[in-house]
Design a protein around this ligand. Structure first.
Ligand SMILES: [Zn+2]
Length: 145
């Protein structure tokens, strides 16, 4: 567990850093919380060795959340967004990926929205906060494997 000074220092440091491979780094959430993706473990571990941004983000994340509870909440939100998209809710943006689909639900007041990534086998692989610009520009086009 981090104390608040340590956490504060890490947040400051995190602001100065960028993920060395954002498409890959954004899926770390799935690696951390979904055992199903353990086949990707070696790739994520090597990413973590190279990427200080993700090391710090993970450390902060783990110190602040009850991982089991957060996982269940995020998966529920993710499934809901997918259902809305399938019901042709026009506020949900979709994007075809090499490995599946991504759905973006914008925030009602214009803050960060939520991006859900679903593998072609139907498994939700990540749910994360993201801006519309990032959803539109930062690929998700890169193959994970
Ligand atoms: Zn990274």
């Amino acid at each position: 567990m981090l104390n608040s000074d340590e956490a504060q220092a890490l947040w400051v440091r995190l602001n100065d850093l960028k993920c060395v491979s954002p498409d890959f780094g954004s899926d770390l959430f799935a690696y951390v919380f979904l055992g199903e993706l353990s086949r990707l473990r070696p790739q994520y571990e090597s990413h973590l060795l190279r990427c200080e941004h993700c090391q710090i983000a993970l450390k902060l994340y783990r110190s602040q959340h009850d991982s089991g509870k957060v996982l269940v909440e995020y998966l529920e939100i993710g499934k809901k967004i997918i259902e809305e998209a399938r019901a042709e809710n026009r506020t949900i943006e979709t994007k075809t990926l090499s490995s599946g689909m991504a759905y973006f639900r914008p925030h009602e007041q214009g803050g960060l929205g939520l991006t859900v990534v679903v593998h072609s086998d139907g498994e939700v692989s990540s749910v994360e906060e993201q801006s519309r610009e990032d959803f539109a520009s930062v690929g998700h086009t890169q193959e994970l494997i």
